[in-house]
Design a protein around this ligand. Structure first.
Ligand SMILES: NC(=O)c1ccc[n+]([C@@H]2O[C@H](COP(=O)([O-])OP(=O)(O)OC[C@H]3O[C@@H](n4cnc5c(N)ncnc54)[C@H](O)[C@@H]3O)[C@@H](O)[C@H]2O)c1
Length: 322
Protein backbone atom coordinates (compact mmCIF):
# COMPACT_ATOMS: atom_id res chain seq x y z
CA UNK A 1 0.00 0.00 0.00
CA UNK A 2 1.26 3.47 -0.82
CA UNK A 3 0.62 5.79 2.12
CA UNK A 4 0.61 9.57 1.76
CA UNK A 5 1.60 11.22 5.02
CA UNK A 6 0.75 14.88 5.64
CA UNK A 7 2.97 16.42 8.32
CA UNK A 8 6.62 15.72 9.12
CA UNK A 9 6.38 16.98 12.71
CA UNK A 10 6.13 15.15 16.02
CA UNK A 11 3.42 12.65 15.08
CA UNK A 12 4.54 12.34 11.46
CA UNK A 13 7.84 11.01 12.82
CA UNK A 14 6.10 8.62 15.20
CA UNK A 15 3.99 7.23 12.34
CA UNK A 16 6.92 7.02 9.91
CA UNK A 17 8.81 4.90 12.41
CA UNK A 18 5.91 2.42 12.42
CA UNK A 19 5.53 2.35 8.63
CA UNK A 20 9.26 1.57 8.46
CA UNK A 21 8.48 -1.76 10.16
CA UNK A 22 5.92 -2.68 7.48
CA UNK A 23 7.26 -4.48 4.41
CA UNK A 24 4.11 -3.77 2.40
CA UNK A 25 4.01 0.02 2.91
CA UNK A 26 5.68 2.68 0.78
CA UNK A 27 5.65 6.21 2.19
CA UNK A 28 5.25 9.50 0.36
CA UNK A 29 5.37 12.53 2.65
CA UNK A 30 4.50 16.20 2.34
CA UNK A 31 5.15 19.07 4.75
CA UNK A 32 5.00 22.73 3.89
CA UNK A 33 8.39 23.27 5.55
CA UNK A 34 11.02 22.19 2.98
CA UNK A 35 13.84 21.86 5.53
CA UNK A 36 11.78 19.66 7.76
CA UNK A 37 10.72 17.60 4.77
CA UNK A 38 14.33 17.02 3.67
CA UNK A 39 15.38 16.03 7.20
CA UNK A 40 12.43 13.69 7.49
CA UNK A 41 13.11 11.87 4.21
CA UNK A 42 16.76 11.45 5.11
CA UNK A 43 15.85 10.05 8.53
CA UNK A 44 13.21 7.56 7.35
CA UNK A 45 14.28 6.92 3.77
CA UNK A 46 10.85 8.10 2.64
CA UNK A 47 10.07 9.77 -0.66
CA UNK A 48 8.93 13.35 -0.21
CA UNK A 49 7.20 15.93 -2.34
CA UNK A 50 6.66 19.69 -2.06
CA UNK A 51 3.33 19.22 -3.86
CA UNK A 52 0.41 18.04 -1.69
CA UNK A 53 -1.54 16.99 -4.80
CA UNK A 54 0.99 14.18 -5.41
CA UNK A 55 -0.23 12.42 -2.28
CA UNK A 56 -3.85 12.47 -3.40
CA UNK A 57 -3.04 11.30 -6.92
CA UNK A 58 -0.51 8.58 -6.01
CA UNK A 59 -1.61 7.06 -2.68
CA UNK A 60 -4.30 4.56 -1.68
CA UNK A 61 -4.22 5.71 1.94
CA UNK A 62 -3.79 9.19 3.42
CA UNK A 63 -2.52 9.74 6.97
CA UNK A 64 -3.15 13.23 8.38
CA UNK A 65 -0.60 14.31 11.02
CA UNK A 66 -1.24 18.06 10.75
CA UNK A 67 -2.37 20.56 13.41
CA UNK A 68 -5.92 19.75 14.51
CA UNK A 69 -7.66 22.65 12.74
CA UNK A 70 -6.29 21.35 9.42
CA UNK A 71 -7.57 17.79 9.78
CA UNK A 72 -10.89 18.41 8.06
CA UNK A 73 -9.80 19.93 4.72
CA UNK A 74 -7.00 17.42 4.15
CA UNK A 75 -9.08 14.40 5.22
CA UNK A 76 -12.10 15.55 3.18
CA UNK A 77 -10.03 15.88 0.06
CA UNK A 78 -8.61 12.39 0.57
CA UNK A 79 -12.09 10.97 1.08
CA UNK A 80 -13.42 12.64 -2.06
CA UNK A 81 -10.48 11.10 -3.90
CA UNK A 82 -11.50 7.60 -2.74
CA UNK A 83 -8.52 7.00 -0.41
CA UNK A 84 -8.63 5.23 2.94
CA UNK A 85 -8.07 7.93 5.57
CA UNK A 86 -6.38 7.80 8.96
CA UNK A 87 -6.44 11.03 10.98
CA UNK A 88 -4.50 11.76 14.15
CA UNK A 89 -6.67 12.51 17.16
CA UNK A 90 -8.76 14.53 17.71
CA UNK A 91 -10.81 13.73 14.62
CA UNK A 92 -11.41 17.44 13.99
CA UNK A 93 -11.59 20.78 15.80
CA UNK A 94 -15.42 20.94 15.99
CA UNK A 95 -18.30 18.48 16.12
CA UNK A 96 -19.73 19.90 12.87
CA UNK A 97 -16.41 19.11 11.18
CA UNK A 98 -16.52 15.53 12.52
CA UNK A 99 -20.03 15.09 11.16
CA UNK A 100 -19.03 16.50 7.79
CA UNK A 101 -16.10 14.10 7.52
CA UNK A 102 -18.09 11.04 8.63
CA UNK A 103 -20.87 11.83 6.17
CA UNK A 104 -18.40 12.25 3.30
CA UNK A 105 -16.60 8.98 4.15
CA UNK A 106 -19.92 7.12 4.38
CA UNK A 107 -21.00 8.47 1.01
CA UNK A 108 -17.67 7.66 -0.64
CA UNK A 109 -17.58 4.27 1.15
CA UNK A 110 -13.95 4.72 2.16
CA UNK A 111 -12.38 3.45 5.41
CA UNK A 112 -11.93 6.21 8.00
CA UNK A 113 -10.38 6.02 11.46
CA UNK A 114 -8.71 8.21 14.06
CA UNK A 115 -5.64 7.75 16.27
CA UNK A 116 -7.39 7.10 19.59
CA UNK A 117 -4.21 5.27 20.45
CA UNK A 118 -4.90 4.51 24.10
CA UNK A 119 -6.95 1.53 22.98
CA UNK A 120 -3.69 0.02 21.66
CA UNK A 121 -1.49 0.66 24.70
CA UNK A 122 -1.07 -2.80 26.26
CA UNK A 123 -1.83 -1.56 29.80
CA UNK A 124 -4.96 0.34 28.77
CA UNK A 125 -6.14 -2.52 26.57
CA UNK A 126 -5.64 -5.05 29.36
CA UNK A 127 -7.25 -2.69 31.89
CA UNK A 128 -10.26 -2.35 29.58
CA UNK A 129 -10.55 -6.12 29.12
CA UNK A 130 -10.22 -6.84 32.84
CA UNK A 131 -12.85 -4.25 33.77
CA UNK A 132 -15.19 -5.45 31.03
CA UNK A 133 -14.83 -9.05 32.20
CA UNK A 134 -15.87 -8.05 35.71
CA UNK A 135 -12.48 -7.94 37.47
CA UNK A 136 -13.63 -5.03 39.70
CA UNK A 137 -17.31 -5.97 39.72
CA UNK A 138 -19.64 -3.13 38.72
CA UNK A 139 -17.43 -0.07 38.09
CA UNK A 140 -18.33 2.84 40.36
CA UNK A 141 -15.49 5.36 40.08
CA UNK A 142 -12.67 6.03 37.66
CA UNK A 143 -9.74 8.41 38.04
CA UNK A 144 -7.23 9.18 35.31
CA UNK A 145 -4.28 11.51 35.02
CA UNK A 146 -2.28 12.45 31.92
CA UNK A 147 0.29 15.10 31.24
CA UNK A 148 3.70 16.64 31.15
CA UNK A 149 5.20 19.85 29.88
CA UNK A 150 3.29 21.90 27.31
CA UNK A 151 3.77 20.73 23.72
CA UNK A 152 4.65 23.56 21.39
CA UNK A 153 4.40 22.20 17.87
CA UNK A 154 5.23 24.10 14.74
CA UNK A 155 4.62 27.84 15.26
CA UNK A 156 3.37 27.13 18.79
CA UNK A 157 0.01 25.94 17.42
CA UNK A 158 -0.86 23.79 20.48
CA UNK A 159 -0.86 26.93 22.65
CA UNK A 160 -3.47 28.60 20.46
CA UNK A 161 -6.60 26.86 21.68
CA UNK A 162 -8.68 27.92 18.69
CA UNK A 163 -6.35 25.60 16.73
CA UNK A 164 -5.74 22.78 19.23
CA UNK A 165 -8.74 22.92 21.57
CA UNK A 166 -6.38 23.26 24.53
CA UNK A 167 -5.54 20.52 26.98
CA UNK A 168 -9.12 19.14 27.07
CA UNK A 169 -9.47 18.45 23.34
CA UNK A 170 -5.84 17.67 22.73
CA UNK A 171 -4.85 15.58 25.74
CA UNK A 172 -7.77 14.64 28.01
CA UNK A 173 -9.51 13.27 24.89
CA UNK A 174 -7.38 10.11 25.23
CA UNK A 175 -8.88 9.38 28.65
CA UNK A 176 -12.38 10.44 27.61
CA UNK A 177 -12.22 7.89 24.80
CA UNK A 178 -10.80 5.13 27.00
CA UNK A 179 -13.34 5.76 29.76
CA UNK A 180 -16.28 5.76 27.36
CA UNK A 181 -14.95 2.57 25.71
CA UNK A 182 -14.60 0.95 29.13
CA UNK A 183 -17.50 2.36 31.19
CA UNK A 184 -20.06 3.28 28.52
CA UNK A 185 -21.78 6.49 27.45
CA UNK A 186 -21.18 9.75 29.30
CA UNK A 187 -24.31 11.60 30.39
CA UNK A 188 -22.86 14.87 31.78
CA UNK A 189 -19.53 16.57 32.35
CA UNK A 190 -18.37 19.37 34.60
CA UNK A 191 -14.92 20.84 34.06
CA UNK A 192 -12.64 23.55 35.42
CA UNK A 193 -9.55 24.72 33.62
CA UNK A 194 -6.83 27.27 34.21
CA UNK A 195 -6.71 28.66 30.66
CA UNK A 196 -9.95 27.72 28.85
CA UNK A 197 -11.30 31.25 29.16
CA UNK A 198 -8.04 32.85 28.13
CA UNK A 199 -7.89 30.52 25.12
CA UNK A 200 -4.12 30.32 24.89
CA UNK A 201 -1.03 28.99 26.61
CA UNK A 202 -0.34 25.98 28.84
CA UNK A 203 -3.39 24.59 30.60
CA UNK A 204 -4.48 22.32 33.43
CA UNK A 205 -8.01 20.90 33.58
CA UNK A 206 -10.12 18.74 35.85
CA UNK A 207 -13.25 17.08 34.50
CA UNK A 208 -15.94 15.16 36.35
CA UNK A 209 -17.95 12.73 34.22
CA UNK A 210 -21.29 11.12 35.08
CA UNK A 211 -21.86 7.94 33.10
CA UNK A 212 -25.23 6.50 32.10
CA UNK A 213 -24.37 3.53 34.32
CA UNK A 214 -24.21 5.77 37.40
CA UNK A 215 -20.41 5.55 37.62
CA UNK A 216 -18.39 8.74 38.20
CA UNK A 217 -15.16 9.66 36.44
CA UNK A 218 -12.47 12.19 37.29
CA UNK A 219 -10.01 13.18 34.55
CA UNK A 220 -6.95 15.29 35.29
CA UNK A 221 -5.03 16.64 32.30
CA UNK A 222 -2.01 18.88 32.50
CA UNK A 223 0.38 20.78 30.30
CA UNK A 224 1.98 22.22 33.44
CA UNK A 225 4.10 19.36 34.72
CA UNK A 226 7.80 19.79 33.96
CA UNK A 227 8.74 16.44 35.52
CA UNK A 228 8.15 14.36 32.39
CA UNK A 229 5.15 12.74 30.75
CA UNK A 230 3.06 10.57 33.05
CA UNK A 231 -0.22 8.68 32.83
CA UNK A 232 -2.34 6.94 35.47
CA UNK A 233 -5.68 5.24 35.80
CA UNK A 234 -7.61 3.78 38.67
CA UNK A 235 -11.04 2.14 38.41
CA UNK A 236 -12.89 0.95 41.50
CA UNK A 237 -16.01 -1.19 41.56
CA UNK A 238 -18.17 -3.38 43.73
CA UNK A 239 -15.55 -6.16 43.77
CA UNK A 240 -12.18 -4.38 43.76
CA UNK A 241 -9.87 -1.80 42.26
CA UNK A 242 -7.51 -1.83 39.31
CA UNK A 243 -4.73 0.71 38.79
CA UNK A 244 -1.84 1.72 36.53
CA UNK A 245 0.85 4.38 36.89
CA UNK A 246 3.32 4.80 34.04
CA UNK A 247 5.96 6.06 36.43
CA UNK A 248 5.74 3.18 38.83
CA UNK A 249 5.32 0.39 36.31
CA UNK A 250 7.80 1.41 33.62
CA UNK A 251 10.34 -1.33 33.07
CA UNK A 252 13.24 0.97 32.21
CA UNK A 253 13.67 4.73 32.45
CA UNK A 254 16.56 6.62 30.87
CA UNK A 255 17.50 10.04 32.25
CA UNK A 256 19.21 12.53 29.99
CA UNK A 257 20.00 16.19 30.13
CA UNK A 258 16.61 17.93 30.22
CA UNK A 259 14.48 14.85 29.47
CA UNK A 260 13.68 11.38 30.57
CA UNK A 261 12.17 8.53 28.60
CA UNK A 262 10.33 5.38 29.45
CA UNK A 263 11.69 2.40 27.57
CA UNK A 264 9.71 -0.72 26.90
CA UNK A 265 11.00 -4.25 26.52
CA UNK A 266 8.01 -5.07 24.27
CA UNK A 267 8.60 -6.21 20.70
CA UNK A 268 8.56 -3.39 18.08
CA UNK A 269 5.25 -4.66 16.72
CA UNK A 270 3.67 -4.30 20.17
CA UNK A 271 4.19 -0.54 19.90
CA UNK A 272 0.71 1.01 20.26
CA UNK A 273 1.28 3.31 17.28
CA UNK A 274 2.32 0.33 15.17
CA UNK A 275 -0.75 -1.60 16.25
CA UNK A 276 -3.20 1.25 15.54
CA UNK A 277 -1.82 1.82 12.03
CA UNK A 278 -1.35 -1.86 11.18
CA UNK A 279 -4.87 -2.76 12.28
CA UNK A 280 -6.30 0.09 10.20
CA UNK A 281 -4.40 -1.03 7.08
CA UNK A 282 -5.37 -4.67 7.63
CA UNK A 283 -9.03 -3.71 8.02
CA UNK A 284 -8.90 -1.48 4.92
CA UNK A 285 -7.32 -4.32 2.89
CA UNK A 286 -9.86 -6.85 4.17
CA UNK A 287 -12.82 -4.52 3.67
CA UNK A 288 -13.76 -4.83 7.36
CA UNK A 289 -14.59 -2.10 9.88
CA UNK A 290 -11.57 -0.37 11.48
CA UNK A 291 -11.11 -1.10 15.22
CA UNK A 292 -11.79 2.56 16.15
CA UNK A 293 -15.01 3.59 14.44
CA UNK A 294 -15.52 7.16 13.21
CA UNK A 295 -18.48 7.41 15.62
CA UNK A 296 -16.24 6.49 18.56
CA UNK A 297 -13.77 9.20 17.53
CA UNK A 298 -16.60 11.70 17.15
CA UNK A 299 -17.96 10.90 20.62
CA UNK A 300 -14.51 11.46 22.12
CA UNK A 301 -14.52 14.92 20.51
CA UNK A 302 -18.06 15.49 21.75
CA UNK A 303 -17.12 14.75 25.38
CA UNK A 304 -14.00 16.93 25.14
CA UNK A 305 -15.93 19.86 23.65
CA UNK A 306 -18.63 19.49 26.32
CA UNK A 307 -15.86 19.70 28.94
CA UNK A 308 -14.43 22.76 27.22
CA UNK A 309 -17.84 24.44 27.21
CA UNK A 310 -18.32 23.56 30.86
CA UNK A 311 -14.90 25.01 31.75
CA UNK A 312 -15.88 28.24 30.00
CA UNK A 313 -19.41 28.58 31.35
CA UNK A 314 -19.08 26.99 34.80
CA UNK A 315 -22.10 24.82 33.99
CA UNK A 316 -22.62 21.08 33.62
CA UNK A 317 -22.86 20.09 29.95
CA UNK A 318 -24.27 17.02 28.20
CA UNK A 319 -22.08 15.67 25.36
CA UNK A 320 -23.99 15.71 22.06
CA UNK A 321 -24.72 12.18 20.88
CA UNK A 322 -25.47 11.11 17.30
N1 LIG B 1 -1.72 10.37 19.45
C1 LIG B 1 -0.86 11.08 20.12
O1 LIG B 1 -0.29 10.59 21.09
C2 LIG B 1 -0.57 12.50 19.70
C3 LIG B 1 0.49 13.19 20.30
C4 LIG B 1 0.79 14.48 19.84
C5 LIG B 1 0.02 15.07 18.87
N2 LIG B 1 -1.04 14.39 18.32
C6 LIG B 1 -1.87 14.98 17.26
O2 LIG B 1 -1.15 14.89 16.02
C7 LIG B 1 -1.43 16.01 15.19
C8 LIG B 1 -0.11 16.66 14.75
O3 LIG B 1 0.61 17.09 15.91
P1 LIG B 1 2.21 17.19 15.92
O4 LIG B 1 2.63 17.06 17.34
O5 LIG B 1 2.79 16.30 14.89
O6 LIG B 1 2.41 18.73 15.46
P2 LIG B 1 3.77 19.38 14.89
O7 LIG B 1 3.61 20.84 14.99
O8 LIG B 1 4.95 18.73 15.52
O9 LIG B 1 3.77 18.93 13.34
C9 LIG B 1 2.86 19.44 12.42
C10 LIG B 1 3.55 19.50 11.05
O10 LIG B 1 2.59 19.95 10.09
C11 LIG B 1 3.24 20.86 9.20
N3 LIG B 1 2.21 21.72 8.60
C12 LIG B 1 1.48 22.69 9.21
N4 LIG B 1 0.59 23.21 8.35
C13 LIG B 1 0.76 22.56 7.18
C14 LIG B 1 0.13 22.63 5.90
N5 LIG B 1 -0.87 23.49 5.66
N6 LIG B 1 0.55 21.80 4.91
C15 LIG B 1 1.57 20.94 5.13
N7 LIG B 1 2.20 20.81 6.31
C16 LIG B 1 1.80 21.61 7.31
C17 LIG B 1 4.24 21.61 10.06
O11 LIG B 1 5.28 22.18 9.29
C18 LIG B 1 4.71 20.50 10.99
O12 LIG B 1 5.87 19.85 10.50
C19 LIG B 1 -2.34 16.93 16.02
O13 LIG B 1 -3.68 16.75 15.65
C20 LIG B 1 -2.12 16.48 17.46
O14 LIG B 1 -3.25 16.69 18.28
C21 LIG B 1 -1.31 13.11 18.71
Amino acid sequence: MKVGLFGAGGMGNVHARQYGKMQDVQLLVHDRDPERLAEFSARWGATSTPNPEDLYSQCEMIDVCLPTDLHLPYALKAVSNGSAVFVEKPMARTLEECDQLIEAADKAKVPLSVGQVLRFFPEYELGHKLIESGAVGKPATARTRRGGAAPRGREDWFMRHERSGGVLLDLAIHDFDWLRWTLGEVDRVYARSVAALVGSGPDYALTTLSFDSGALGHVEATWMDPSGFRTKFEVAGSAGLIEWDSRREAAIRTHMDGANFLETPLSPTDDPYYRELRSFIDAANAGTAPPVSPQDARMAVSIALAALESAKTGREVRPVRT
